[in-house]
Design a protein around this ligand. Structure first.
Ligand code: UDP
Ligand code: MG
Length: 211
């Protein structure tokens, strides 16, 4: 009722003081599951802002910033960058881009604490996570995809099988439960991440168009 009223009269409590109907998605899945590839296609179709915390870290590392140097020590081992750093960086990016049709979060949240922080951030903007979509891909397929990507990505963490295996372990230990966290809120879905890029894209848009 309140949502309906706000939408009808175009009012709200966020910073711009106008209720905005945005669609906010988490693109979820293990490393190498195709999140970045699909996010780029979703941006073309829907005009959402793509926020990849991994890309943000690589930008900082490329510029040798203090944040980049700090992140690098974790990324080169395939470990998670600590929540306090990651959450702060994510908040800055979101708050710097308030006037968008929606956000696609890629590679974030990776822990339950990050999920709670994201929900609080969304609430502060009068927004919510509308959907989490997981790309489901088996471990062995992931490893071969990442090693293939490593030939051209220039990423040290894509070129060493033991680092890749550690990233998958971290995903299984710390990140997988983010799916259940949002499932309890009724917004998690999973699609088969195996197939052509266009087939997977259609699976994603079928879910998004129902939001
Ligand atoms: N990373 C992190 N937190 C994030 C995003 C990235 O700790 O929110 C680190 C982590 O070490 C991870 C690496 O950056 O292994 C690469 O992450 P990205 O999402 O870019 O790659 P993917 O895992 O999707 O291949
Ligand atoms: Mg990625």
């Amino acid at each position: 009722m309140i949502e309906w009223f706000k939408r009808l009269f175009g009012i709200g409590t966020n910073s711009t003081n106008s209720y905005k109907k945005m669609v906010n998605l988490i693109l979820f899945g293990p490393p190498g599951s195709g999140k970045g590839t699909q996010a780029a296609k979703l941006v073309d179709k829907y005009g959402f802002l793509h926020i990849s915390t991994g890309d943000l870290f690589r930008y900082e590392m490329g510029n040798d910033t203090p944040l980049g140097l700090e992140a690098k020590s974790f990324i080169e081992k395939g470990e998670l960058v600590p929540d306090s750093i990651t959450i702060g960086m994510l908040k800055n990016k979101v708050q710097a881009n308030p006037d968008v049709k929606g956000y696609i979060f890629d590679g974030f949240p990776r822990t339950i604490d990050q999920s709670k922080a994201l929900d609080q951030l969304m609430e502060s903007l009068d927004q919510k996570i509308d959907k989490l979509i997981a790309l489901s891909v088996k471990d062995e397929e992931i490893i071969s995809r990442i090693l293939e990507r490593g030939k051209t990505s220039g990423r040290a963490d894509d070129n060493d099988e033991s680092i890749i295996r550690n990233r998958i372990n971290v995903y299984n230990e710390n990140t997988r439960q983010v799916y259940d966290y949002y499932d309890k809120k009724g917004v998690s879905s999973s699609v088969d991440g195996l197939g052509t890029i266009d087939e997977i894209f259609t699976r994603l848009t079928d879910v998004i168009d129902q939001v």
